[in-house]
Ligand binder design. Structure first.
Ligand code: UTP
Length: 270
């Protein structure tokens, strides 16, 4: 079955962006001049998605306004998570609307350069019928911030590798590899069985990476290495670098920003 549905979880509290998130949801903060969530919607549409399910929280009514106004042509439906009980729980909230269809999950606080990675994940799912998970290679000392995978051997020439297990935020010395999970996934309906039996992790949240680990131990998960650019816009610094990158690429403002940065970095007042 082709992948035409995407779930975008946007019900979190965005505490790393306080005080801005007291008034604006994190997912609507602009990357230069466009809400970061619009970039995620555009990425999904570029990979063939026709129906987007936004998971929101009633304390973030601006997400509903976004869903009504968003451009791009996909149908957008908002579903509520009663409280932010973790990413695994957020995805489970889409169960009824997703039905039996395979679906993508995109975390809106990671900004991709284009839709190519999501297209690769969709192609991998459609070819194998197994869940396809976005992976990135990081320096060993950075695995501590991610879900780290135990791969079945090394990735092939196209960056594809089977996944045997997932360890959440391991110590650098105990980490099973330098391959970590990023916020792009494609699942079949079987993921809901794994989500339904999740137990709260340390911190009390129902973690999507725990469900992926349980699934991987049954041999039903493949990973695909990302080959496009990616910004972690879940932190103020990542959001700033993503905005600068986005503006530098633009014909209308790029040259002006480059000239300003060069002057500023020479220590001159502008
Ligand atoms: P994060 O953990 O990065 O978002 O979740 P957060 O909790 O809002 O951020 P901080 O740590 O407090 O700054 C990744 C994505 O998953 C959503 C978030 O909205 C974000 O887009 N999410 C997270 C949910 O929808 N529900 C949850 O229970 C948790």
């Amino acid at each position: 079955m082709p992948v035409r549905v995407a779930v975008i979880p946007a019900a979190g509290l965005g505490t790393r962006f306080l005080p801005a998130t007291k008034v604006v949801p994190k997912e609507l903060l602009p990357v230069f001049d466009t809400p970061s969530l619009q970039h995620t919607v555009d990425e999904a549409i570029g990979a063939g998605i026709e129906h987007i399910i936004l998971i929101s929280n009633r304390a973030k009514p601006a997400i509903e306004v976004f869903a009504e106004e968003a451009s791009g042509g996909a149908r957008i439906t908002v579903v509520y998570q009663d409280s932010p009980r973790g990413l695994g729980h957020a995805v489970e909230c889409a169960r009824e609307l997703v039905g039996d269809a395979p679906f993508a999950v995109l975390l809106p606080d990671e900004l991709m350069g284009d839709s190519s990675h999501l297209k690769d994940l969709v192609a991998e799912y459609e070819a194998t019928g197994k869940a396809a998970i976005g992976l990135k290679r990081v320096p060993r000392n950075e695995v501590t911030a991610y879900g780290c995978v135990t791969p079945q051997g090394v990735p092939d020439a196209n960056g594809r590798v089977g996944i045997r297990d997932v360890v959440e935020k391991p110590n650098a010395v105990d980490a099973p590899s330098d391959l970590v999970i990023i916020g792009r996934y494609v699942f079949g309906r079987d993921v809901f069985g794994f989500l339904a039996t999740l137990k709260p992790a340390a911190g009390g949240e129902l973690q999507l990476s725990d469900a992926i680990g349980n699934m991987a131990r049954t041999g039903k998960v493949n990973g695909v290495l990302i080959s496009c650019t990616r910004h972690d816009t879940g932190t103020p610094m990542g959001m700033l670098t993503a905005s600068i990158d986005a503006a530098l690429k633009r014909r209308d403002v790029g040259p002006q920003l480059r000239a300003w940065l060069e002057t500023r970095l020479k220590g001159e007042q502008t």
